[in-house]
Design a protein around this ligand. Sequence first.
Ligand SMILES: [Zn+2]
Length: 264
Amino acid sequence: MSIHATHLNVRPVRAFADNYIWLIESPRTPTQVVAVDPGEADPVLAELKRQDRSLAAILLTHHHPDHIGGVPELLQHWKVPVIGPDDSRIALKTHTLRDGERCEMPDLGLEFETLHVPGHTVSHIALFGHGALFCGDTLFSAGCGRMFEGTPEQMSASLNRLAELPPETQVFCGHEYTAANLRFALTVEPNNIAAQEYQESVQRIRGAGDPSLPSTLSMEIRVNPFLRCDKPNVRAVAEARAGKSLAEPSEVFAVLRAWKDTFR
Ligand SMILES: [Zn+2]
């Protein structure tokens, strides 16, 4: 089975103010779903009931409460595997995924590749398979996660690894931050036509109350300033902001990330 072969049926479940919990339907047994980063249980339980589906597994990208908080209650309803990164802060995990390891769920017809992507947290992982990337709080559409536990070099390297996946990859992020991220992206690159067009389309989609996600990697490579730190115009803006020359893309990244932390 090729992990590039098919596209998945993935449904968003909204949680808290702007989180998405992604429900992946089993291509083999469509009544079974896998929940990615269930920060709370109630909206997942409601959606499963509405769709008459049952939970088959839980995948976790990192230990933050808004990504794992619903696990104990979900386990009261379904005794399922809890699969996540090597991190003792995830108490109920049953299976650990390390960089390069495969997450194989043959009964469900699902298989993902694990990428260790430190930066937002030290142990954060992303899962890639079936043309889909579940990247938690590492890559957002038109933005990236804050660096709570990593260095700019780590975060920048993690984002670059994700950017090397096939361009048609669908990107399922942990939060609906796209509109706010695009305001920052267009401050960095006011003349980026792809970002201007994307902003218009996102405003339409969000105005209708729909999720802006999934995005695609090809879109992110065109609009996301954090994936464009090697571009001369992005470097020039970062250098002006820093008041010094920046030799490495990771230094450009560090300036952009610090700028975004205080951007309103
Ligand atoms: Zn997080």
